[in-house]
Design a protein. Structure first.
Length: 286
């Protein structure tokens, strides 16, 4: 009996260790809370995320806690591709209304580093060529915002753009040298602050400082991506808060491992059974 108990705890410790390694470096789970990715993903879908599709890194947080730790990139594997569905942590510098530093979002990559992106009457153009949309793109509103009409909350704030007619906008990439001046510093300030430590960007009269040192230019340290939800009329995405830094991407969404209808209430096990969407379980994400 003692040998059995000892063996049981040995197996349990090994399983916990393997689970910790898998969660820290290779896979993660994510629950869809909103309808921003309808029709591909629905509220109540539970996803498996591959952390190792793009690169291997150490965790941002101590596993099973909210304690943040320095993250180290171990090695790169690949880059996100056009129309990949990714899960990422939204930088708090980009959207001041969001307080939770662990808030994760899921969206589709629609623009890669260095691309010039534009929406013309809802059609996506990359480097001035029209790109066919995924079959899952959904519009709940038949009315299209006209070109030249500024929509509230749109990024950047000084452009007369909207969610249907947007851009052209150049997506930043690693190595870009940004010439800084008083006219464009507000556009680049949040992005630079997300890359730098200490005090970040400050302005003294006509002088622009980064970490207390006067500068006239800044070289970007990483790549950035532009993302949108498939439910284009009901998605808070890059059109509103800007770019996703590469180091905030948690992984690629692979498969739905469980799905239940959050709009259906239940008071018994039988009723809960009716909320399960069996046709979506093990559905691959494309």
């Amino acid at each position: 009996m003692i040998k059995f108990i000892k063996r049981f705890f040995q197996v349990l410790i090994i399983l916990l260790f393997v689970t910790l390694i898998l969660r820290s470096f290779f896979i993660a789970a994510y629950k869809i809370p909103t309808g921003s990715m309808k029709n591909m993903l629905l509220p109540g879908d539970f996803l498996i995320i591959s952390k190792a599709d793009y690169k291997l890194t150490t965790p941002k947080f101590i596993p099973f806690t909210h304690i943040k730790i320095p993250q180290i990139s171990l090695f790169n594997i690949s880059k996100p591709k056009l129309y990949d569905v990714i899960v990422f942590n939204l930088p708090s510098e980009y959207y001041s209304n969001i307080k939770d530093i662990k808030l994760n979002l899921v969206k589709r990559v629609v623009g890669l580093p260095g691309d010039t992106l534009q929406l013309i009457n809802r059609n996506l153009y990359i480097n001035f060529k029209r790109i066919d949309p995924p079959l899952t793109v959904y519009y709940s509103n038949s009315k299209i915002f006209s070109n030249g009409i500024r929509e509230n909350g749109i990024f950047p704030r000084n452009k007369k753009w909207n969610t249907d007619n947007y851009g052209p906008l150049i997506i930043p990439q690693k190595g870009d040298i940004i010439k800084l001046n008083l006219k464009n510093i507000n556009y680049w300030k949040k992005l630079i602050n997300s890359e730098t430590d200490s005090i970040g960007v400050s302005i003294e009269g006509t002088v622009i400082n980064i970490n207390g040192k006067p500068v006239r230019e800044y070289t970007l340290k990483q790549d950035y991506f532009f993302v949108m939800g498939d439910n284009r009329d009901n998605s808070l995405d890059s059109r509103f808060w800007g770019f996703v830094p590469e180091n905030h991407i948690l992984g690629k969404a692979l498969i739905i491992y469980w799905s239940e209808d959050l709009d259906t209430s239940f008071s018994s096990l039988d009723e809960y059974y009716d909320t399960i969407r069996f046709d979506r379980i093990f559905l691959g994400i494309r």
